[in-house]
Ligand binder design. Structure first.
Ligand code: DLL
Length: 420
């Protein structure tokens, strides 16, 4: 699709959407009236900046169904975020929304090379989390054989991976790391037929992606999404690994300065804002994702012309401020994966010591060793790199392989104990 055709489609969809939500959602009607914007003011996609932002708090304040635009009789599914703090956010889908979702996930899987000839294990959690069912429906749409593993039994997963000749897997990157260890420990690495992994739901660096590829001898792809917008399948990286292709005929992306709300030009880092221009049940307008990325509209090497977003450097609310320095956990991950002798499992602990912050990084060694000289070299290399790259002093605690927690869902790698 040419840029002009895309813009025309996005404009038509936005104009229709704004009228639809104004007529059907009291929250949006009030918000637009307050901002002095009428549906008629929105004539093309360029007018999107006239519309107010939507936030997670808006979803919480209207819990559970206050932002739904469709009649209950048209809703066929709900999902909800696990919500460790505050109320869960509840999201809903009409039959058409489920079709769009499957279509977007199918596009993502296709760009990673998955076809109807694949056997794919879906090892995201099934249930209220969107990962399992989202990936499942998309994989069925492609026509692959879907094995709905969910999470919870890594040994069964690895056994079936061999027995069923699974060629693809969809799960969080941290879970795939764990799976790679189970395969190694069970002596199964040489027996698998795995070619492709579609991993997302949590931040992971390019270095981690390559580490996973090397461990398993596969192509690993980054899939992005969030339940408020749909679930997995908002964007995915193709074989060129040059950013994630956004399904921008359904999800219109913008980048804003998270502090001022100002819209930023192409190429600048900031908070991703998404408008669902084609959904029926919960079509969020200018939803602030809190995810930090940047966009490019250049045509990809693969030939696709969609807007692409960079691999996420983190969420604005995951950013740690340590002794005044802003740090994303992903930056620490980059450093760890660049030091020879360290494995990819780590934990970041931040504590208050007097008036200062204390940063400790627990990280597993790649191979067991207790040779003092080796341990000292690895610790020093890690400390030095953190100081040079992030300007931070940290205490490095080297752990034996297989001592830190493993995760089946989203990894929890940060313990911020400062306000405890
Ligand atoms: O995590 C949906 C999903 C499932 C995406 C499976 C990909 C694969 P939520 O639980 O609502 O939905 O969490 C959404 O997770 O705002 C990001 O902060 C983070 N996230 C999702 N995908 C990625 C990714 C699902 N590829 C939140 N890289 C988002 C980094 C990601 N962070």
């Amino acid at each position: 699709m040419s840029a002009e055709e895309k813009k025309k489609l996005q404009s038509e969809r936005l104009v229709k959407l704004v009228k639809y939500v104004y007529d059907n959602v009291e929250f949006y009607r009030n918000k637009m009236d307050k901002a002095g914007v009428a549906p008629e003011d929105i004539k093309s996609i360029d007018d999107i900046t006239k519309l107010p932002y939507t936030t997670k708090n808006d979803l919480r304040d209207t819990y559970p169904f206050g932002l739904f635009a469709a009649k209950q009789s048209d809703i066929v599914r709900v999902h909800a975020s696990s919500g460790t703090t505050g109320k869960a956010t509840v999201v809903g889908y009409t039959k058409n929304d489920i079709d769009i979702w499957s279509e977007c996930v199918a596009r993502c899987l296709t760009m990673t090379g998955v076809t109807r000839d694949d056997v794919i294990q879906v090892a995201y959690g099934y249930g209220l989390f969107t990962g399992g069912l989202g990936a499942h429906y998309g994989a069925e749409k492609v026509g692959a054989v879907v094995v709905p593993m969910s999470t919870g039994n890594s040994k069964k997963l690895t056994t079936m991976m061999v027995d069923f000749g699974a060629t693809a897997i969809a799960c969080t990157p941290s879970y795939l790391l764990h799976i790679s260890e189970v395969l190694r420990d069970e002596g199964l690495i040489d027996k698998i037929k795995l070619k492709t992994a579609i991993c997302g739901a949590e931040p992971w660096t390019e270095k981690m992606r390559v580490e996973i590829e090397e461990r398993l001898g596969i192509g690993a792809h980054d899939i992005y999404g969030l339940s408020e917008i749909m679930g997995p399948g908002v964007a995915c990286d193709c074989k060129a690994h040059a950013g994630l292709h956004i399904c921008d005929d359904h999800f219109y992306p913008e980048i804003i300065n998270p502090e001022t709300g100002e819209v930023l030009p192409e190429g600048e880092w900031g908070e991703l804002v998404i408008t669902c221009i084609k959904k029926e049940a919960l079509p969020l307008i200018r939803y602030r994702t809190k995810d930090i990325t940047r966009l490019t509209y250049e045509k990809c090497k693969c030939g696709r012309t969609t807007c692409r977003m960079a691999n996420l450097s983190g969420r604005s609310d995951d950013m740690l401020k340590i002794r005044g320095v802003n740090v994303f956990p992903s930056q620490i991950e980059e450093v760890i994966l660049s030091v020879e002798g360290l494995g990819p499992h780590y934990e970041i602990i931040v504590e208050r010591e007097g008036y200062s912050d204390k940063l400790t990084i627990r990280v597993e060694l790649a191979e067991p060793t207790d040779t003092f000289g080796v341990l000292e070299r690895i610790s020093k290399a890690t400390r030095d790199k953190l100081r040079t790259i992030l300007g931070l002093d940290a205490k490095i605690k080297l752990e034996s392989p297989n001592t830190l927690a493993r995760f089946e869902g989203k990894a929890k790698r940060v313990r911020d104990l400062r306000n405890k």
